[in-house]
Design a protein around this ligand. Sequence first.
Ligand code: SF4
Length: 282
Amino acid sequence: MEIIIARNSGFCYGVKRALRLTRETANKKPSRIFTWGELIHNPQVISDLEKRGIKVTTSLSSLKPGDTVIIRSHGISPSVYQSLKKKRVRLVDATCPKVKEIQQKVEKLGRARAEIIIVGNRHHPEIKGLLGYSHRQASVIESEEQAKALPFKKKRAVLAQSTQDVELFGKIVAILAAKTEELSVYNTICQSTRVRQEATAELAGQVETLIIVGGKNSSNTNKLYEISLREQSRTYLIESPEELTPDMIREAKIVGISGGASTPPEVIKKTVLAINNSCQQN
Ligand code: SF4
């Protein structure tokens, strides 16, 4: 059996940077360290950080002056930032610079009173943060159906969550273009996401089964799963190699593996080993 790993699988630039800043902060041994929400959507990494005494919180009442709070790569809204400042905690800002660019774009459009449509998952922390920058001018849509339900407008702007599905964003932009006299389009899907999605779609067409490795609560990992399913019905999403079953790789001569932006490279390597071991046993 041949195993092919998709280009760009595993940690993206923003996640690597957030982890580096967190480790550097921990090495300075401040009294208490928290991340504001899970640093990344990956259970193995969160459990590793917990072992190092780094706790997850989204509760202001759990904090006291002098604590260190790490802002994750998804960023936070200005109001949460101000609330944390008022608690007199030390902030380490690990917001991905690419997410910062989107925040600035949304802030500028919101200040100019433009109607903003953000294509993304309204429950995702990146989107919650972006809404906070929009001066209440933004709304979130997640599907083509929601775009079709929007009224005709003279002017609006549309942009995307950094990890949005490129194909879906294109379809929604086309719908909005027909419903808006003057539509400003900002494709804010980050380069890392684009390459990963392209590589996964390509690989899905070349293999007989494709295993997506990553946190089941990770937005970009779930997008990869959906993208692969369009090309390859034998697509499976697993969080760890322990979840592999013989059925997933049965009779497959070429198996593909792709990992989300928050998937540690070790988990991808262990998945390769587990597939190899399973082949030797059968
Ligand atoms: S997916 Fe892109 S925007 Fe999001 S953290 Fe990674 S590099 Fe930054």
